[in-house]
Every structure is written in C-alpha cells, then in structure tokens.
Design a protein around this ligand. Structure first.
Ligand code: TNX
Length: 487
C-alpha cells in the first residue's frame, strides 16, 4: 500500500497492474484555465518529487505514459457530494487525476505526488493504485503565531507549501500580541511602524506590509489555502497600548514588552478612543482579507471583569458583522455569551465545558484545537529544549490519537467546523525551530482533520510518516526524530 498522508477514504491496488513509468511521462489537462494552471503546478511539484521532468503537453507522443488531470463531477467516492472529493487512478492509461472542484483536483495531485516510487529498474514511477477520497472536515488549519516572534515571507511560504501538501486549507495567522504588531494597517500606520521592532526572543521583529499580505494570500490561494488573520483583543494588546496612550485610562502608553507572560494587557471599554480603534483596525483587516473570516481573539483577557469583557465580545461581533466577515473567537468568548453565528475555537482543555455546550445549543460551530493534542508548541518530552509544557507533553502519538468529535461532550458532530493545530512561538524564532515542532506532528493533525475515524490507525500512520520524511530531508526541513517512528 502506498504511504499517503492523510490516509484516504479508499485505496485499492488491483492485481496485475503495473507501476506507471515517469520516464518520458507527460501531463495532459482539461482545457479550462484552472485545469491548465493546476497541471503546471503538478508538473513543477512532480519534477521535484520524482527527479524527472514531467511536462504539461497538449499532444503527447503516441505511447508516452500520460497522466490526465481534469475537473469532473463524477470524481470521488461513490455517493459523495463533498466539494473536495477526488479520484486518482494510476492503473488505467492514461492515468487519471480528477477532482469535483479545483480544490479536489489539487488534492488529487497531492496524493499523486505521494505515489512516486522507483520501478524494478530503479527508475522513477508511480505506484499503481485507485484512490477515491474526500475529507472528514472542510476546515483544516494551522494557527501560526508570528507576533511573539516574526517569521518572514519566505518562511511563511514554505509553511504554506507543507500545509497544502497534507491537504490543509487554512492558515490562521496570529498577527498581533503583546510583543508586536505584525500587519500594516492603512488607517493606523503607527501600529506596525512603531510597534513591530520587538519580539519574544529579543531578536529583530518585523511585520507584513500590505504588499506582503497581498502576495501571501495569492500564494496561499494558488494552493487552496485561505489566510485567516487574527487581531487579538481585548487582551493581548500591549503592542497597541504601547503606541496609543489614549487607549489607557491614565493616558500613558505602556512599555513595550518582550517577555512571555500572558493575560496582563487589555483595552478599556469605556474610553472614547476604544471603539474607533477597534473599528479602524478591523475594517482595515476586512478590506485587505480575501477570505470570509476574521479572528478577533478574545482569549486570556485576565485583568477584565466579566461584564466589561462581555461588552467587548458583543462589540467585536458587531464590528465584524459590519465589515461583512464571519467572526471567529477563542473559547473564552463563549461564556460572554457569544451570538449563534460566532465560530468558537476550543483550546484549553482544563476549562469548564458548560459554556461551550451552551454556545453549541445556541448554534455556534467549533474549531477544535485542544491544547493537549493540537498545540504543537508543547514539548515532545520533558527535557525537550524548545516549547512549553502547560498543556502536557505531545509526542507524535499524542498528536495523532484524538477525535475532534469527542473532545467536548455535548457539542454535536455536525457543529464541528473543523480542526486547527496551533504553533505559538514564544520559544521559537528560526525556521528550523518552527519545523522541528511542526514535523512530524502536523501530519498527525492532517490525518485527524481529513481521515474518517475508522480509517485511522497509528501503526499504519507511523510507517507512512517514515516515508514522508524523505521529502522533508530533500527540502531541508527540520523535523523531530521521534523515537516512536522508525525513520
Ligand atoms: C495560550 S491559546 C495562549 C497563547 C499562548 C499559548 C502558549 C490561546 C488562545 N492563548 O497566548 O501563546 O497558550 O502555549
């Protein structure tokens, strides 16, 4: 069986079929601009994966091994109407990759990449299989904190490449926190200009310019990843109060902050400057964001009383609604309470579950990021040099062994919007440190989010991860040599 991550719904290897040689192989594609574009992406990716050029052509040489890419409503498992469904069949000639939608076709290509093998002569080839597949959840994301430490465009693009290869479709960027403001706001240019030179490591900070954010969303969109920006309020706001003294009751700007405490900063509801600040920043963000979603934080506002906090949550819901976007908030907001349309992101498993069950009853949908399984900033082992341990230690198996449908008893399965891993970066400031924490665990989250529970199997997964590592080595990506995997 081929080593595909995340495990597809159905994989079969019919008897008597032979590997498809990539020697002289070509892609052929449907006529639409989208099919042509995805075929060009497939060609570039496959050339890197297989080490041979597999060009896109209109008229293949007679007898040349060909792989046809097309958008086709008939793709995917029998009876599935999931928009991301796809089929890969390398047992027929030409081989076929079909997706019900462009995203489905793109995921078929990601699976195709994982079929690269060598034939009996040692030449690159594709394993002969039939895969029909569709995801369990439509929202498969990573929360990435670029506020505690900043990560430049090149590294964010590499993160997107890796996300896309494991069929993630959301990059949720935590853009603001006590340690820095990482996005240019047209109406409040001081924020990024004056409050981004700090970071948790004491290293140089940085921020995404409007042009960067534009480029990043385009890069992500080509890979079927939606960028979800998070502006964290009313806590985690020291980067703002360090610039605007008028956001403070005493009128004095706070000191900049480079430590790793949480929960000490806040906005103040009753100041006349507060609502205009929130409106300016969120209207800016809505204006520059292609996706339908704005995340407005709401976590760890520990210095606020419940009443003032609740006023903020309602205001944030109102302002985001006015921008036309869909609001997402961290779990604390559920107790405020949130409105039915607010998406709640679950993280702290130590908390009382009653407000979440209540929010679910009101109609809220949930993104599951339980800290004890999905927080990829947790250490692998007690002695691990990177990361934190407040939510527990997360080795590969712990990242793998959980079911989003059972993390909060009382939240019905059909109100689970999806799954996000989260990578907070208080202790991480280089690309290698980032990937050391992401890999292999991100592939576990991928399988939690995509694969039907009855298709998940730890022993089988750990064998597939060992195969996946070949591409990480080739691409120079750091990863943790977990002792739970036979590398
Ligand atoms: C909790 S998760 C936080 C973050 C920290 C993280 C560290 C959440 C909503 N808040 O501010 O970075 O723990 O693990």
């Amino acid at each position: 069986m081929p080593a595909i991550i995340p495990q597809p719904l159905q994989v079969s290897t019919p008897q008597g079929t032979t590997a498809l040689s990539l020697d002289g192989a070509v892609f052929i594609a449907g006529p639409s601009a989208t099919e042509q574009r995805i075929a060009l992406q497939a060609s570039a990716l496959m050339s890197a994966d297989a080490g041979v050029t597999v060009p896109l052509t209109e008229a293949p040489e007679p007898g040349a091994p060909a792989i046809q890419l097309r958008i086709d409503a008939a793709a995917g498992p029998e009876g599935s109407d999931h928009p991301e469904r796809y089929t890969v069949d390398t047992t027929v000639r030409p081989a076929v990759v079909s997706g019900a939608t462009p995203a489905g076709l793109y995921y078929g290509v990601q699976t195709l990449r994982q079929l690269v093998t060598t034939d009996t002569f040692g030449a690159p080839a594709l394993e002969a299989v039939v895969v029909t597949d569709a995801p369990r959840y439509g929202w498969r994301g990573l929360t990435l904190d670029i506020a505690r430490n900043f990560f430049p465009m090149k590294q964010l693009e590499i993160v997107i490449d890796v996300l896309a290869s494991y069929k993630f479709n959301v990059l949720h960027l935590h853009l603001t926190d006590d340690q820095g403001w990482r996005i240019e706001n047209p109406s409040r240019p001081e924020l990024a200009k004056l409050s981004s030179d700090t970071s948790n490591s004491g290293k140089a900070g940085g921020y995404l310019t409007l042009a960067d954010f534009r480029q990043l969303q385009d890069y992500a969109a080509e890979r079927f990843v939606t960028v979800v920006p998070e502006i964290d309020m009313p806590g985690h706001t020291n980067a703002a109060t360090a610039i605007y003294g008028d956001l403070r009751p005493d009128g004095k700007a706070t000191d900049k902050y480079e430590g790793m405490e949480v929960g000490f900063s806040q906005l103040t509801f009753d100041l006349p400057t507060t609502e205009p600040f929130i409106r300016d920043v969120l209207t800016d963000m809505a204006g520059i964001t292609d996706g339908d979603y704005l995340h407005v934080g709401g976590d760890e506002a520990l210095t606020l009383g419940a009443e003032e906090y609740a006023k903020f949550i309602t205001l944030l819901e109102d302002v985001v609604a006015d921008t036309g976007k869909q609001v997402i908030m961290w779990q604390e907001a559920a107790a405020a309470p949130t409105r039915p349309g607010t998406i709640v992101q679950y993280w702290d498993t130590r908390s009382d579950k009653t407000p979440f069950v209540e929010a679910a009853k009101r109609g809220s949908r949930f993104i599951m990021s339980p800290g004890n399984h999905a927080y990829l900033d947790m250490k692998y082992t007690a002695e691990y040099p990177l990361g934190q341990d407040w939510a527990g230690l997360i080795e590969a198996r712990t990242a793998y062994d959980w079911d989003p449908a059972t993390v909060i008893e009382g939240v019905p399965e059909d109100q689970i919007h999806g799954v996000e891993a989260a990578l907070w970066t208080e202790t991480l400031s280089t690309q290698d440190e980032l990937f050391d924490m992401l890999l292999p665990r991100l592939t576990a989250t991928a399988e939690v989010a995509w694969t039907a529970p009855e298709r998940k199997d730890w022993e089988d997964y750990r064998a597939r991860v060992a195969v996946a590592a070949a591409s990480w080595r080739r691409d120079g990506l750091a990863f943790h040599q977990s002792p739970q995997i036979d590398w």
